[in-house]
Design a protein around this ligand. Structure first.
Ligand code: ARG
Length: 458
């Protein structure tokens, strides 16, 4: 079929080529941004005397009608169009006649698509940050409730030292605060308007790019027209921020999966976020958490995909850049879905503090504190470490624990031991004594919670 851009060519492309070339399938989701952008463009053109006020009003009304009809589903998108930009312009011309053909004055699809994508990602960025804030609220609430619930803290997945479950939750909160920060930073560079760069070199019309950018809520304009149409850094940055976010969600999911296992039983996921097996009736699978962990891979892939697409592209616009959209759309959809499931999953899970405490009572989590106690009695840390290790080995051989090992046994290893040692190695003491900034004591966890709540504006 003959194209709107039929000029030097007849525009009679092969149907298979049309299909291959078309981005409508995936860029139709930017129809709101496209129409909003076009309304602003008509305003600017009229403000500069390039369009008459009547033409501007006809266009604005026509575009608003198209938006409404698309929102309500009364207007179907013509799948034969090459992209959403062509579709909107085509319908406008059908509806308002010749005036519609003036809309594309002083712009090009190259700056238009960059504009639409920036507006789309700006909204996604805001929405995702909102969802992260909701997750942070749940983490802060859990931390509040469990700032004194003892669990084993691990290194190498070996029991290491006692921590509170609240402290563990706040570790994830800190990661998510950095995610918020990264997204906010990325938004700054997203919110720069490319419109008016035209195809690549600017335009001979006396336009006002700053006015148009302002109408669309941008903080500034691209200062070089060639960069304006070929820059996709904002999409790369978004994907990169989302990849890091998914890495965090995946690590948390992995812990939830472990904790929900029969081996740990630190948490019980609510039935709403647990699936059964088609054959094993006893199963409570943490499918949602596994899927979050699994979906992390595709978001990483989308980041690599876009970086690779852009690598080696000469200036300015190249059709390769049409490949920027599907990956970043999918990444946004994926992240939003993950956050929407993870937040209520955490909120509704049962925390089995009894099992956590039982686990903390095994594994000699207080061995460091035992060594520290000897240091306070005057031994060098390395010597104290060795004695503590020997005592642990003795306990392992005889099936005892440090808390109930008789004082005579302690004294076989060092004359410095006295009855005070028992209070010092009590798990709660071990936890509460970790008062250094950022440590696991309840007071420190409270400070962390207050910080997180302040950051998210609660
Ligand atoms: N559909 C295109 C894209 O997504 C829009 C820009 C096309 N520009 C062009 N000169 N063919 O990138």
């Amino acid at each position: 079929m003959a194209k709107m851009w039929a000029g030097v060519t007849a525009g009679n492309t092969d149907p298979l080529a049309d299909d291959f070339n078309s981005s409508l399938r995936f860029d139709k989701r930017m129809f709101r941004q496209d129409i909003t952008g076009s309304i602003a463009h008509a305003q600017m053109l009229a403000a500069k005397g390039i369009l008459s006020e009547d033409e501007r009003d006809a266009m604005t009304e026509g575009l608003a009608g198209i938006l409404e009809d698309l929102e309500t589903g009364t207007l179907a998108i013509d799948e034969n169009c090459e992209d959403i930009h062509m579709f909107v312009e085509q319908v406008l011309t059908e509806r308002i006649g010749e005036t519609g053909k003036k809309l594309h004055t002083a712009r090009s699809r190259n700056d238009q698509v960059a504009l639409d994508l920036r507006m789309y990602l700006r909204d996604e960025n805001d929405e995702i940050r909102g969802l992260i804030r909701e997750l942070l609220t749940v983490l802060a609430d859990l931390a509040e409730e469990h700032k004194e619930s003892i669990m084993p803290g691990y290194t190498h997945l070996q029991r290491a030292q006692p921590v509170s479950f609240g402290h563990h939750m706040m570790a994830y909160a800190m990661m998510l605060l950095r995610d918020l920060d990264r997204l906010k930073d990325c938004r700054k560079r997203t919110n720069v308007s490319p419109i008016g760069c035209c195809a690549l070199a600017g335009t001979t019309y006396e336009t006002d790019r700053v006015l148009e950018a302002g109408l669309l809520g941008f903080d500034g304009i691209a200062l070089n027209s060639m960069d304006g149409v070929s820059d996709r850094d904002f999409a790369v940055e978004m994907l990169s921020a989302l990849a890091v976010l998914m890495m965090h969600l995946s690590r948390l999911s992995e812990e939830l999966i472990l904790w929900a296992s029969w081996e740990f039983r630190f948490i019980t996921l609510s039935d709403a976020y647990t699936t059964g097996s088609s054959i094993m009736p006893q199963k409570r699978n943490a499918d949602m958490a596994e899927l979050i962990r699994g979906k992390t891979g595709r978001v990483y892939g989308e980041l690599m995909g876009l970086l690779t697409t852009l690598k080696g592209l000469p200036l300015a616009y190249n059709k390769d850049m049409q490949e920027d959209k599907e990956g970043v759309f999918d990444a946004c959809d994926t992240v939003k879905m993950c956050l929407r499931v993870l937040t209520p999953m955490l909120q509704s899970m049962q925390v089995n503090t009894g099992n956590m405490l039982l686990a903390a009572q095994k594994g000699f989590l207080n061995a460091t504190d035992l060594a520290d106690w000897l240091v306070k009695k005057g031994l060098p840390f390395r010597t104290a470490y060795k004695i503590s290790g020997q005592l642990v080995r003795r306990c392992m051989e005889t099936g005892q624990v440090l808390e109930t090992l008789p004082l005579e046994t302690y004294r076989e290893f060092s004359e410095l031991f006295d009855g005070d040692v028992y209070a010092a190695i009590d798990l709660r003491t071990c936890m509460e004594k970790r008062i250094s900034e950022g440590g696991t004591s309840a007071a420190s966890v409270e400070k962390q919670i207050a910080f997180v709540r302040k950051e998210i504006g609660e």
